[in-house]
Structures are given as structure tokens and as C-alpha cells.
Design a binder for this molecule. Structure first.
Ligand code: SF4
Ligand code: SF4
Ligand code: SF4
Length: 292
């Protein structure tokens, strides 16, 4: 599916999304593929050696969690691209295609993490990176509703969520959990906790602190938003669906990308096209496809 799977012919390199013509048109920027911004120390060392080999003085960390080499002489592109691929840090993407997937560290390392955002980013990358589409598609994942990846400002955003399940009959009314809720969604009334679901962000932060362990967490879920965008006209993506597993996320992303491939057109951003086509219709068609 990915057009990065076969080595590029050297004359074809400037048609690759990871190669960007620089301000000085005699040079280019080479952007890498690095899902979730993860890179092993060995590959980092390899990148340093490659940069030194080709006389690249600085590397740049991009907003999409990857690295780019500025001011590259096109004469060395073919060899450079081969070396990058051999290092496990291949050429990236930035045109009308699925570009580098971003993610926070998630439940592997962050104490607030609900889902394995890094593992999910790698899986999405494996399935969809570089897929050519009528519009650029950015995918970002935050492991909890804190939204450190600003995922809802991406064409496809994925957020880990977890609902608190209470047993008010056992509540002592100590109030500890209320101090952990930033939304003021839980309060103690007449000695027991009361949850205002409309205020709850499903972050799960109130679950652990209960000294009596009477708040349990529902199994983690994945909230998927579509049509977000940052840049000149920022837009927050709209809620599409909540699903229960990583496999379901892949299915939904597959359906969204298929829909974009078939229905979207070039020349305007996806959020604008979703406005025109009415989001509810889009949502219905995606949900129908998922349920089929
Ligand atoms: S989004 Fe949540 S899990 Fe991810 S880094 Fe931020 S606080 Fe941690
Ligand atoms: S899940 Fe989060 S927002 Fe909801 S009640 Fe608990 S702490 Fe508050
Ligand atoms: S921390 Fe536990 S016992 Fe205390 S008010 Fe909250 S749910 Fe009740």
C-alpha cells in the first residue's frame, strides 16, 4: 500500500514527498519517516554519521516528530536516500499523502496514559504511511484527553479515553477523588459521589486515587475525530466514533482513508470539504461501513 516500499529511481526522487525544494532552489530538504518520533540510539548515531558523511551541518526537528536534513545538494540525493533507508530511518512524506504519524509516549511511560499510542502509531504507519490521496492527511494520537499531541487539530485524531465506574453504595464520602477531577465532574453529595457525565472528559484520573478502590475504570477506548487542521485556518476535528480496540482503530482509519481516496478532491483542505459535504452524512457512511 505504501509507495515507500520499493527503492526510488534516482531521476524520480524530486517527486517524493520527503524531498522538499528549498528557498534556494539549488538545494533541498530531506525529511524522514519516523512514526511517533521514536528512534533508537543506534539509529540516532547512524543519522549523525550520515549527516557527517554528506557534510550536513545541522538537522532540524519538525513539528511532526521527525527529523529533516536542510540544504542538501540534489547531486547526492540517491546515495543519501539509500543510506537513510539502510539506517532504518527512510525517506518521509509531506505532500498529498499520509504523512508522519505522531503520538505521545502514552501508557508505556506517561502516568496518565490510557492507550499504547506509540504502538498504535507504528501500526497506522505500517498500514497507511505514504498512501497517496487527494489531500494531505495528518494522523496524531494522544493517549489521554490531556491531548498533548493536539490530535484534534489533525485530519484524523485519536484519543485514549476511560470512563469511571463508581459504586456509590461503598463510597465513604472522603472526597479524595474530587480533588483529582479537573472538570469538577464529581462531587460529594450527602456522603456519596455524584458524577455529572456531561462534564466528564473520560480521562480516568479519578480512578487510582480512591483510597478504598471503589472507582473502577472501564476498558480503555479510542475516540476518533476527523477534519481537524492547524496552520492558517485552525479547526478542531469533530467526533466520529469511539471504538474498543487497536484493530478497530485500524479498520476505521482504513474506512476514512478509503472515503477520502474516493470522495475528496484536490485544491481544498479536508475540513472545508467535510463542511461542504455535511459531516453527519460522512459520519453515517463511515459508521455504516464499519458495522457492515
Ligand atoms: S496526552 Fe496524556 S498520556 Fe499522552 S503525554 Fe499527555 S498526559 Fe501523558
Ligand atoms: S474521568 Fe476525569 S473528568 Fe471524569 S470524573 Fe474522573 S477525573 Fe473527572
Ligand atoms: S475517593 Fe473513593 S471513597 Fe472517597 S469520595 Fe471518592 S469514591 Fe468515595
Amino acid at each position: 500500500m505504501s509507495r515507500r516500499q520499493s527503492p526510488p529511481a534516482s531521476q524520480d526522487l524530486f517527486t517524493r514527498g520527503g524531498i522538499i525544494t528549498e528557498r534556494d532552489p539549488g538545494f533541498c530538504i530531506v525529511r524522514l519517516r519516523m512514526p511517533a518520533g521514536m528512534i533508537t540510539p543506534a539509529r540516532m548515531k547512524g543519522l549523525g554519521e550520515i549527516a557527517a558523511k554528506y557534510g550536513i551541518k545541522n538537522t532540524h526537528l519538525t513539528t511532526r516528530q521527525t527529523i529533516e536534513f536542510p540544504h542538501v545538494d540534489p547531486a547526492i540525493l540517491a546515495e543519501l536516500v539509500d543510506d537513510l533507508a539502510a539506517n532504518g530511518t527512510p525517506l518521509g512524506a509531506e505532500r498529498e499523502e499520509v504523512v508522519n504519524v505522531t503520538a505521545c509516549l502514552g501508557n508505556r511511560h506517561c502516568k496518565f496514559g490510557i492507550i499504547d499510542s506509540v504502538g498504535l502509531a507504528e501500526e497506522i504507519d505500517k498500514n497507511f504511511f505514504g498512501k497517496e490521496l487527494p489531500v494531505k492527511v495528518r494522523i496524531a494520537i494522544s493517549s489521554c484527553p490531556n491531548g498533548c499531541e493536539s490530535e484534534r487539530l489533525n485530519e484524523i485524531g485519536i484519543t485514549g479515553i476511560q470512563r469511571p465506574i463508581r459504586d456509590p453504595g461503598l463510597c465513604t464520602g472522603c472526597g479524595t477523588c474530587t480533588h483529582y477531577c479537573r472538570e469538577k465532574a464529581i462531587e460529594v453529595q450527602d456522603g456519596i459521589i455524584v458524577l455529572t457525565t456531561a462534564k466528564c472528559m473520560e480521562c480516568g484520573f479519578c480512578i487510582m486515587p480512591c483510597p478504598f478502590h471503589i472507582i473502577r475504570g472501564s476498558p480503555p477506548e479510542y475516540r476518533i475525530t476527523v477534519g481537524g487542521h492547524r496552520g492558517r485556518h485552525p479547526k478542531i476535528g469533530r467526533h466520529l466514533i469511539d471504538v474498543k480496540s487497536q484493530e478497530d482503530v485500524i479498520r476505521v482509519v482504513d474506512k476514512i482513508i478509503y472515503w477520502i481516496y474516493r470522495q475528496a478532491s484536490t485544491g481544498s483542505l479536508l475540513p472545508e470539504q467535510l463542511d461542504e459535504l455535511e459531516f453527519d452524512e460522512f459520519k453515517k457512511s463511515i459508521v455504516k461501513m464499519i458495522e457492515a
